[in-house]
Design a binder for this molecule. Structure first.
Ligand code: CA
Ligand code: CA
Length: 332
């Protein structure tokens, strides 16, 4: 359910192994299996392997369990505005946020008897974090991430945002790939270093390793990492697989439906081969919403709030929602 409608409803309910290392450029010139395409992503090939997925930190991350993923290639960075622009130019694709919501489709996600929202809410727009809170802004979309008057000029190498899961999946299909499974995403983030809290190790570094919210959210951001909002991809050091910005910068869609009890269902099941997630979503706080797993946290994640730059952290968003801190990368 789009967040604008959620707000309305609430008001009315009173109701592996490393194949390409951090020395990416050197390896590329020496025959590494990383491949640059003229109009799209740089992919890093991973040999797959068995790893421990999850952690003991939050209920939806428990229990840690063994998972095997087959070899796959993953884009080195989040998909950028420049890359998404090429997709739109080639296809004429219109994102979810650029289209007026279909009330008949939306009502299927709503409690019976929910009245139709006023016409002003059924127009193109999206969710923007501004002035220390989230707000639905008419006219916000991937070209105008903070709403009318904002633009992506000068932000061509920043990750695209304001894209729904459907938009991300459409891009992935056009680019000859798909969205990563949650297991593939975590395998890539762990980069062969089992059990660490962060992609780089267990300790918070003195030198910024990711674009997060440094300080007390939402009242103070020290800007120690140099970015208040999104940062250009590759602004921070890559992980041991040569992948940038898995933690932080923007959240990333995965292919899987979200259930808080997905991992619990795998307890004592031995090594799980290439898990694709549950057959349907179930988020107890939003049982009618088709929610997908999102990973990695964003520039809004701080130690006192969210902290989802942790490698095992998992949250969900309705697949038809778009937000100013949510993007994606693709695999093939
Ligand atoms: Ca930051
Ligand atoms: Ca990210």
């Amino acid at each position: 359910m789009p967040d604008r409608i959620r707000t309305f409803v609430s008001a009315n309910q009173s109701s592996g192994r490393l194949a390409c290392s951090a020395l990416f450029a050197v390896l590329l010139s020496s025959g590494c299996r990383c491949a640059a395409r003229p109009s799209s992503e740089v992919f890093v090939s991973l040999d797959g392997g068995t790893f421990v997925m999850g952690s003991e930190e939050e209920p939806q991350e428990r229990p840690p369990h063994r998972v095997h993923v087959s070899p796959f290639s993953i884009s080195q960075t989040e998909v950028t505005n420049a890359q998404f622009a090429r997709f739109v130019a080639a296809t004429g694709y219109l994102t979810t946020a650029e289209r007026a919501p279909d009330w008949e489709a939306l009502r299927e996600q709503l409690p019976p008897g929910t009245p139709k929202p006023e016409a002003a809410l059924l127009v193109p727009g999206s969710m923007v974090f501004t002035a220390r809170k989230w707000a639905w802004i008419a006219g916000a979309d991937w070209r105008h991430p903070e709403g009318p008057g904002s633009s992506i000029t000068g932000r061509e190498q920043h990750p695209v945002v304001q894209v729904s899961w459907d938009d991300a999946a459409a891009y992935a299909k056009w680019a000859g790939g798909r969205l990563p499974t949650e297991a593939e995403w975590e395998f890539a983030a762990r980069s062969g270093q089992s059990g660490h809290r962060y992609t780089w190790g267990d300790d918070w570094p003195d030198t910024p390793m990711a674009n997060t919210w440094e300080g007390e959210f939402p009242v103070n951001n020290s800007l120690k990492d140099g970015a208040l909002g999104t940062a250009p991809v590759r602004s921070y050091p890559p992980n041991a697989f040569g992948l940038f910005d898995l933690p932080g910068n923007v959240w990333e869609w995965t292919a899987d439906w979200y259930r808080a009890d997905t991992y619990a269902s795998r307890a004592d099941a031995g090594v799980i081969d290439d898990p694709r997630g549950p057959p349907s979503a179930n988020e107890p706080t939003a049982p009618l919403e088709p929610r997908r797993v999102i990973r990695g946290g964003s520039f809004l994640c701080a130690a006192n709030y969210c902290a989802s730059y942790r490698t095992s952290a998992r949250r969900s968003t309705s697949q038809d929602s778009s937000l100013s801190h949510l993007g994606f990368r693709i695999v093939k």
